[in-house]
Design a protein around this ligand. Structure first.
Ligand code: GDP
Ligand code: MG
Length: 203
């Protein structure tokens, strides 16, 4: 299907999103809800799946690429490759499982390690399953203050009721790319990655 459209599609901005979080928190459900407008109750692939969709982001047609990770990330090398390929991250936990919230800190560390040379990584902390309020184990304040400490947004959502977090993340990715482009234009010459400090000196 891509062949006819490949030309126009390839000129669209492409934003690469990685779903990260413990098993069972709803990474696949959120992804599938976004892709197909459907709540999928049982979807348990053994490996990561990637999806691409054309969407309109604030009036601009863009493509989003979603990598839905699925546990292989236990192998550090595989995980790091996934994380390296991402431009933005949805760090997902379930508000009904406190352990999954605690786990977000470790996932975040892994992302930061892999992306060490980048200054601000587009990342949203996502408390999923907000429709299960009666089973809440993670107080909203606790999640909010953690996100604040990390300097990122906290959003609650539900794959079941279709709240949507992907657009928020794409806005952050887009903003980062725009500021990087500005940097590049100011500097013109090379595309090699200089450290933040070096870039500052060149400006
Ligand atoms: P993953 O391992 O992170 O990909 O989690 P899944 O997407 O496979 O979801 C695990 C289970 O939680 C499945 O049975 C889903 O149907 C369910 N689930 C996921 N998101 C939600 C949600 O927002 N609300 C409710 N009630 N159930 C959800
Ligand atoms: Mg999954």
């Amino acid at each position: 299907m891509a062949t006819n459209k490949s030309k126009s599609q390839s000129s669209l901005a492409l934003h690469k999103v990685i779903m990260v979080g413990s098993g069972g928190v709803g990474k696949s459900a959120l992804t599938l809800q976004f892709m197909y407008d459907e709540f999928v109750e049982d979807y348990e692939p053994t490996k990561a799946d990637s999806y691409r969709k054309k969407v309109v982001l604030d009036g601009e047609e863009v493509q989003i690429d979603i990598l839905d990770t699925a546990g292989q990330e236990d192998y550090a090398a595989i995980r790091d490759n996934y994380f390296r390929s991402g431009e933005g991250f949805l760090l997902v936990f379930s508000i009904t499982e406190h352990e999954s919230f605690t786990a977000t800190a470790e996932f975040r560390e892994q992302i930061l390690r892999v992306k060490a040379e980048e200054d601000k990584i587009p990342l949203l902390v996502v408390g999923n399953k907000s429709d299960l309020e009666e089973r809440r184990q993670v107080p909203i304040e606790e999640a909010r203050s953690k996100a604040e400490e990390w300097g990122v947004q906290y959003v609650e959502t539900s794959a079941k009721t279709r709240a949507n977090v992907f657009f928020d993340l794409m806005r952050e990715i887009r903003a980062k790319k725009m500021s990087e482009n500005k940097d590049k234009n100011g500097k013109k010459s090379s595309k090699n990655k200089k450290s933040f400090k070096e870039r500052c000196c060149l400006l």
